[in-house]
Design a protein around this ligand. Structure first.
Ligand SMILES: Nc1nc2c(c(=O)[nH]1)N[C@H]1C(S)=C(S)[C@@H](COP(=O)(O)OP(=O)(O)OC[C@H]3O[C@@H](n4cnc5c(=O)[nH]c(N)nc54)[C@H](O)[C@@H]3O)O[C@H]1N2
Ligand SMILES: Nc1nc2c(c(=O)[nH]1)N[C@H]1C(S)=C(S)[C@@H](COP(=O)(O)OP(=O)(O)OC[C@H]3O[C@@H](n4cnc5c(=O)[nH]c(N)nc54)[C@H](O)[C@@H]3O)O[C@H]1N2
Ligand SMILES: [Mo]
Length: 765
């Protein structure tokens, strides 16, 4: 609230005319030709390409235009007619480019030719493909295989990812960190322990059958807007949607479907959340324990009164383990502690529990608000606990729904991108390809960063992504990146990871998924897995940005051929000539999931991989769904915030970005025009003597002796729970210590960083 009682929060619904304007603007800015905009009609269609933005499910019967504002931006960004020629790099030294911001770096357009860093001139210069692979291969052959890291960002197809993991393993390591190590790894650790599968249990069908949705820490209007269609339809059926989020996110408040002419003309909007609980960042375990307590207490009361049970007793008895321990712990909890840690009142939590108790089929949805905490794994196990109380897993209309990030991040895991050897079918790979796969644990993203900082890692190969900018301790890590003997970036656009590079550095430009991928004149298709475990084929539809680009499978194959001793059982060239042969190989490695892959990949709506928990088969050691008792309710058990001026910073995304890709500096939904801001509560501003527009420096409160600061942040008064402040990722990443990660999953705790503010300038005009 402002002093006059108004709020800085904009009131516009997600979607609506603003959405159309944004799409038109980016199509124009990226100089996408008219045929390019028609491409959008092929997006997420069974015969088209799968969007390169988020991983949300693609329906069997898509809307005429099955894309959203975010997806349209991602498409425009990839099929832009802006291209970078080698002359660009002749004009600009790397040192100079380092002063450019993230938006401007990518905005120069698509990379077109392979580049090698030349230290003498501090420039990238063009190099032929053959020479690039020869040189990289020669260097890789000289390194200790255990000290080479094969990172991937979750966009690459199933085909590319499968080839990439094989390359790493044949080379000699399981060093296959990927973006999910910073994202949903907490989910991949929590769910197997609780319900015996690493992925969500719901499908789009469940959205049609549910009568209640609990929504934790996911910003649907920005990060997976196509899900708004399911939410809007559910709301129209009277489904209750109960949201827990420290910010009142527009998409979770209301939505106008830009693809419904009637709604657009009448300006009607659907109210999305029926209850909105602005809990403290990191307050979810506490809120969920409160919810569980309310349900268990109600059941105790019902039993005492010989009334109908609140809990699903037959389900608890037949399908679960550990309920009594959880119940004992919940009964013993003090509401005052729950209120303090969650920032919510008992009445609010009990109000939400009331709806849960009268609902028959409940879906629990979550995103980074749960995973990116010290207690990220526990947060998810708490959501499972809550769902299990009334049998809300493995029945129609109910289940758990992690909303994955990158468009194929879940699929990469399915085809072997993992640093955990026990999760890869190593015996099968051995039999199929006749080599001895390494059995030792590989490095995940945090461990790779630690190895880079310690000067142990010798080479970093990146299949997409922008690690330098995405990881914690941005800045403090720089010396480590620069000391790496070799960095190889397979990329579409220029980013900071190309500028903060190793001693020898190569950029290998690749085709994007929207582009037509021709091998020997024949158009190829690829495939991916969505958030609900469904596999989809994808055909590029746009002419490539340049005829000098190679496809990702071709680049991986050529890296492999240049590095590995020939193996008659791996026909890299044959695979590149015909991607259906890669799919045959995948089907051979994973017959249960991918049998008849080539025939099934065009199934409308995708074909689903088996998800045992959805059938109430529990592949856990107890053969039951497991309740977990939380260690405690505190957001960060190791970091006691001793003084009231310490704020809990959580980093978020805007509608103008895709991760480190900044399309525009404006955040239309939160009403700010630049990204160097901190959203603060009036109470905290008053307590610290700050006014809207003041410029502050944030520094991390940590006892490791390292100074972490971000200067030049503008204070924006905003409805945030007191004690918490929100800032943007990646701008705030210098504040996030590398060691501040989720226990068990090592996902950086980007949603709870203890910071202190000091004033660094005059109030802005
Ligand atoms: N347009 C667009 N789409 C994207 C992306 C993008 O950058 N742009 N990124 C993609 C990727 S890789 C990912 S992982 C997903 C990320 O999608 P989300 O999971 O939505 O990620 P964030 O934007 O980081 O933040 C999530 C929400 O959590 C809330 N939150 C923060 N802390 C807490 C907390 O402690 N508790 C609760 N309950 N809520 C909290 C924030 O207010 C925010 O609304 O989106 C994917 N899709
Ligand atoms: N503080 C904070 N830090 C975070 C997060 C947070 O919420 N807060 N979120 C974390 C999360 S969830 C994630 S997933 C990571 C994201 O980490 P990454 O996945 O590593 O980063 P991106 O920004 O998605 O990568 C963008 C780059 O990918 C390249 N690219 C784009 N398309 C393609 C393609 O088709 N092929 C290839 N080869 N390259 C392509 C382009 O060169 C572009 O510059 O960041 C994490 N970091
Ligand atoms: Mo992510």
């Amino acid at each position: 609230m402002n002093k006059d009682g108004s709020s800085n929060e904009p009131k516009l619904p997600a979607g609506g005319w603003g959405s159309i304007k944004e799409v038109t603007t980016i199509l124009l800015e990226q100089r996408v030709p008219v045929e390019g905009s028609a491409l959008l009609l092929k997006q997420n269609k069974p015969d088209g390409f799968m969007c390169v933005s988020c991983a949300w499910a693609k329906p069997a019967h898509p809307h005429p235009a099955e894309f959203c504002e975010s997806g349209a931006k991602a498409t425009a960004w990839e099929v832009t007619s802006k291209v970078v020629k080698p002359e660009f790099f002749a004009k600009h030294t790397v040192r100079e480019l380092e002063s450019w911001d993230d938006h401007d770096l990518e905005d120069i357009g698509r990379l077109t030719v392979p580049l090698r860093y030349d230290a003498a001139s501090d420039r990238y210069t063009e190099i032929g493909w053959d020479q690039a692979f020869d040189e990289i291969g020669a260097q890789l052959r000289g390194f200790d295989p255990k000290q080479v890291v094969f990172y991937s960002s979750g966009r690459a197809s199933l085909e590319t990812s499968y080839m990439y993991q094989l390359l790493a393993r044949m080379y000699g390591n399981n060093n296959l960190p990927d973006s999910s190590n910073m994202c949903h790894e907490s989910t991949s650790v929590a769910l197997p322990k609780s319900i015996g599968v690493p992925i969500g249990t719901v499908t789009l069908d469940d959205f049609e059958k549910t009568d209640c949705i609990f929504f934790f820490g996911q910003n649907v209007g920005v990060n997976s807007p196509r899900m708004l269609h399911q939410l809007q339809e559910a709301r129209k059926r009277g489904v209750e949607i109960i949201t827990f989020n420290p910010l009142r996110e527009r998409g979770l408040v209301s939505f106008t479907n830009p693809q419904s002419p009637l709604e657009m003309l009448t300006g009607s909007e659907t109210c999305i959340s029926t209850q909105y609980h602005q809990l403290k960042a990191g307050g979810d375990t506490a809120a969920l324990m409160g919810l569980c307590k309310a349900v268990i207490d109600a059941d105790d009361a019902a039993m005492a009164a010989h009334a109908g049970r609140t809990l699903d007793a037959p389900f608890l008895a037949g399908h679960t383990h550990g309920f009594e321990e959880l119940a004992t712990s919940a009964r013993a909890l003090d509401w005052a502690e729950i209120e303090r840690e969650s920032g919510l009142t008992r009445a609010a939590i009990e109000g939400a529990a009331q709806v849960y108790m009268r609902s028959h089929a409940v879906i629990g949805i979550f995103g980074m608000g749960l995973t990116q905490h010290r207690n990220g794994v526990q947060n998810i196990q708490m959501l499972v606990n809550f769902l299990l109380l009334r049998g809300n897993i493995g029945k129609p209309g109910a289940g758990i729904c992690p909303v994955r990030g990158h468009s194929n991040v879940q699929g990469q895991r399915t085809v072997g991108i993992t640093e955990k050897p026990e999760l890869a079918p190593l015996d099968k790979l051995k039999e199929q390809y006749g080599f001895e796969p390494p059995r030792d644990k590989g490095m995940n993203t945090i461990e790779a960063c630690e190895g880079i900082q310690a000067g142990k890692v010798q080479a970093l190969i990146s299949l997409g992504g922008n690690l330098v900018r995405a990881v914690p301790d941005h800045g403090a890590m720089d010396a480590g990146w620069r000391a790496l003997p070799l960095t190889v970036q397979i990329s579409t656009k220029l980013n900071r990871s190309h500028l903060v590079h190793g001693k020898a550095a190569y950029i290998l430009p690749c085709l994007g998924r929207i582009e037509i991928d021709r091998q020997n004149g024949v158009e190829q298709a690829v495939s991916m897995e969505d958030s609900t475990g469904c596999m989809h084929g994808s055909r590029g539809r746009a002419e490539p940005a340049a005829d000098t680009l190679l496809s990702e499978p071709a680049i991986v194959a050529r890296l492999a051929k240049a590095t590995l001793a020939p193996n008659p059982k791996v026909d890299w060239d044959g695979w590149v000539a015909d991607y259906s042969k890669v799919r045959d190989a995948i089907a051979e490695t994973y017959p249960e999931i991918f049998n008849h892959f080539n025939e099934r990949m065009w199934t409308p709506g995708g074909f689903r991989k088996p998800v045992a928990a959805a059938q109430r088969q529990w592949n856990t050691p107890t053969k039951k769904a497991n309740f977990t008792v939380p260690d405690g309710l505190a957001a960060d058990p190791d970091l006691k915030e001793e003084s009231p001026d310490v704020l809990r910073l959580f980093t978020v995304r805007s509608d103008g970005q895709f991760n480190t890709t900044i399309y525009s500096h404006e955040d239309r939904f939160r009403g700010v025009k630049d990204r160097m801001v901190l959203f603060m509560a009036r109470e905290d501003m008053d307590a610290q003597g700050l006014s809207d527009g003041d410029i502050v420096q944030a520094s991390t409160v940590a006892k490791d002796g390292v100074e972490r600061r971000v200067d030049g942040l503008r204070v924006v008064e905003y409805p945030v729970p007191p004690g918490c402040t929100a800032g943007y990722y990646p701008e705030c990443n210098p504040l996030l210590p590398l060691w501040h990660y989720a226990k068990d999953s090592k996902v950086p705790a980007a949603k709870s960083i203890a910071v202190r503010l000091t004033r660094s300038g005059q109030a802005a005009a």
